[in-house]
Design a protein around this ligand. Structure first.
Ligand SMILES: Cc1ncc(C[n+]2csc(CCOP(=O)(O)OP(=O)(O)O)c2C)c(N)n1
Length: 658
């Protein structure tokens, strides 16, 4: 292996050596512990240390790194106390996730590390978001993110590169091409000569770097960091290396030809570099012994601390309490002159006033800038807030949601507009796996609102009409808001934006231009988790939300004799069960109406909760009315019968007469 010292000083040369040696020694110890059954799983980065350490040392301490499962050298380079790392791997409280997630799946603001989630790809977009925040704050920082070559086959990789290039974000994308993705060799993973050739297609710079040569890694990345800090831009790096052990220890390396392992063993980044330093007289055998002894002591002492720590105990309150970031709702009372405006205008007004209120708030979505979005919610926003805060995105829901997470990590707020709620399926993974789980996992907020223009009744067919709130109400960590009136929409959107937790904000398209209401002109908030009794009656309770509220009102107007309680839930997570139980206890009959198809809809949960807690108050079986168990169809006659409006009227009359 050829090493070029260039202008690196002796201290740096030694730091790089020690930087690699430490994770190697930790790993050697972990392999022993694994054999002794003292740890459960290990992903080895042996032979790949030069990449983690070279990149980490090239970055400044206040620049974020987003590592993968083989990047122990990143964690040790940031000087995380070893006992905390060991505690993390043992699921102990002094780790980084209170025993809630394993191995390298954690982040830490203190050390500016944002660890992976298992799904590999999303963090590439998180890096985009962090880099966007740096760019907007003109802070001249680089963000580095890792992926294996296997991970480059995920759509997220391509979306992340494209977004970074279109927005010219200061991200270094580091591919560790180590020959295998689990058991899959590179020839079955991709069909281009070099992975970096893809950079050309995205219009970005790239380099191939010998990932086993620490001086090449450090020098090239250091050079790039300096250049990017001066002139922000994304760069794709392909580090050539090899995975010397199994995917994880249990899976072995049977499928890897012996010849390859032998070839690459000769290129070991540590032993080669050590020989080089010895030859140059920069290191002596005695010094090596001394360094090793120091690390061995540090490892033993860290292990002792971690092993001595008791296992985490289960505390129900703590577990439930950590799902969401604390949020103290600040009531801003409605004031200012009220005007009778449309639902769509109320949302636009709320969003605009929130943009004025939160300078760090960024809105992103397809066609939302000059065009104003397909529903014109953000019309005129570019003139008021500029294109850096009102951002058109390419068509890449997944990476935009991940980028919103990155903005939040870097201290900003994001609102993402789904062009139609249906398209959220293309951004589903980061919502349910990243945004929803981050606070529970490592105490980090996900200050993101996803706006969801949803709902049927307009003959728009199966892909522009869905109301898919149940996909999200099921996922702990998300909040779900679904207003029915302009007044509520504005106040609840403002609160959703204030709230540091991820909120799915459903906006029924059928209400946008048909429903009017009095809305105060100034900024105000409304609390999440409070249902609203729209009509008060004595004989039956109707519980619904969104378009359902208006269907119920229409039917009740036709039947003035039915004195029903009409409860508009307004938010589905948190859900105001107290209000539901209160109305049921008063009327003794409950009819739940929702536009979502019935099975697995929120109505099922409300129904069981009512059965469980106020069965004795019921004078009739609880009834649910929802859409049919089919996709939502296009033709008028089909859609009308798919939707539950007519069935609701029949059910109401039947129940009233029960
Ligand atoms: C979306 C997703 N699919 C599959 C997996 C299972 N899985 C975990 S790591 C891995 C291989 C990753 O290969 P690569 O990106 O090359 O990284 P390496 O392990 O080689 O460092 C697979 C298939 C996963 N974690 N996430």
């Amino acid at each position: 292996m050829r090493y070029h010292i260039g202008d690196l000083d002796p201290q740096r040369l030694l730091d790089l050596y020690q930087g690699m040696l430490k994770p190697r020694m930790i790993e050697e110890k972990m392999l022993i512990l694994l054999r002794q059954g003292k740890i459960s799983k290990w992903f080895s980065g042996m032979g790949q240390e030069a990449i983690s350490v070279g990149v980490a040392q090239a970055l400044k301490g206040d620049e974020y790194i987003l590592p993968m499962h083989r990047n122990l050298g990143v964690f040790t380079s940031r000087d995380i106390p070893l006992h905390r790392l060991f505690a993390q791997w043992q699921g102990k409280a002094s780790g980084f996730t209170k025993g809630r997630d394993r191995s390298f799946h954690f982040g830490t603001q203190q050390y500016k590390i944002v660890g992976m989630i298992s799904h590999l790809g999303p963090q590439l977009g998180v890096a985009d978001g962090i880099a966007l925040a740096h760019m907007l704050k003109r802070s001249k920082r680089v963000t580095a993110v890792f992926t294996g070559e296997g991970g480059t086959s995920e759509g997220d990789f391509h979306e992340a590169l494209n977004l970074a290039s279109v927005w010219n974000l200061p991200v270094i994308f580091c591919i560790e091409n180590n020959g295998y993705g689990l058991s899959t060799p590179t020839r079955e993973q991709y069909n281009c000569e070099n992975l970096v050739d893809r950079a050309k297609g995205y219009g970005m710079e790239s380099r191939i770097i010998d990932g086993n040569n620490i001086l090449e890694v450090f020098t090239k990345v250091d050079e790039l960091c300096k250049a990017i800090r001066k002139r922000p831009r994304p760069v794709l790096l392909e580090f050539r290396t090899f995975r010397m052990r199994g995917h994880e220890e249990a899976s072995g390396t049977k499928y890897v030809p012996e010849k390859l392992l032998k070839e690459w063993a000769k290129k070991d980044p540590i032993s080669n570099y050590e020989t080089f330093l010895l030859e140059k007289g920069l290191l002596t055998p005695e010094k090596i012994e001394e360094i090793k002894k120091g690390f061995a002591q540090e490892i033993e002492s860290g292990l002792k601390t971690a092993f001595d720590e008791p296992a985490v105990n289960f505390d129900l309150e703590r577990e439930l309490g950590d799902v969401y970031h604390p949020f103290e709702y600040q009531d801003v009372a409605p004031k200012g002159e009220s005007k009778n405006i449309r639902f769509v205008d109320a949302i636009s007004q709320g969003l605009e006033q929130s943009m004025y209120r939160h300078n760090e708030l960024i809105v992103m979505g397809q066609d939302i800038a000059d065009y104003g979005g397909v529903f014109k919610i953000t019309e005129g926003f570019v003139d008021k807030f500029g294109k850096s805060r009102v951002r058109n995105t390419p068509i890449c829901e997944s990476i935009v949601v991940s980028a919103a997470m990155g903005l939040s990590i870097a201290g900003m707020k994001a609102v993402v507009e789904m062009q139609f709620a249906d398209f959220v399926s293309s951004g589903f993974n980061p919502i349910v796996n990243y945004l929803a789980k981050t606070h529970y996992r490592w105490d980090e907020k996900a200050d993101v609102v996803i706006r969801m223009p949803c709902g049927g009744g307009m003959g728009a067919g199966p892909f522009h009409s869905q109301t898919n709130e149940a996909w999200f109400t099921k996922t702990p960590g998300l909040k779900v808001v679904y207003p029915a009136f302009p007044f509520d929409a504005k106040g609840l959107l403002n609160t959703a934006i204030e709230d540091p937790n991820p909120v799915l904000f459903f906006e029924h398209k059928g209400l946008y231009r048909n429903i009017y209401g009095e809305v105060p002109s100034d900024y105000y908030t409304l609390p999440l988790g409070q249902a609203n009794l729209v009509r008060k009656g004595e004989s039956i309770s109707i519980v619904t939300y969104g378009a359902g509220v208006h269907w119920a009102l229409e039917v009740l107007d036709r039947h003035p004799d039915i004195d029903a309680d009409l409860l508009d839930l307004r938010t589905l997570q948190p859900l105001d069960m107290e209000a539901v139980l209160a109305t049921v206890k008063r009327t003794g009959k409950l009819l739940i109406l929702h536009e979502d198809s019935l099975f697995g809809g929120i109505g099922s949960d409300i129904s069981s909760a009512v059965m469980e807690s106020c069965f004795e108050f019921l004078d009739a079986p609880v009834r649910r009315i929802g859409s049919l168990e089919t996709p939502i169809p296009f033709a008028k006659a089909l859609e009308e019968n798919y939707l539950p409006k007519a069935r609701f009227e029949r059910a109401l009359l039947e129940m009233y007469a029960y």
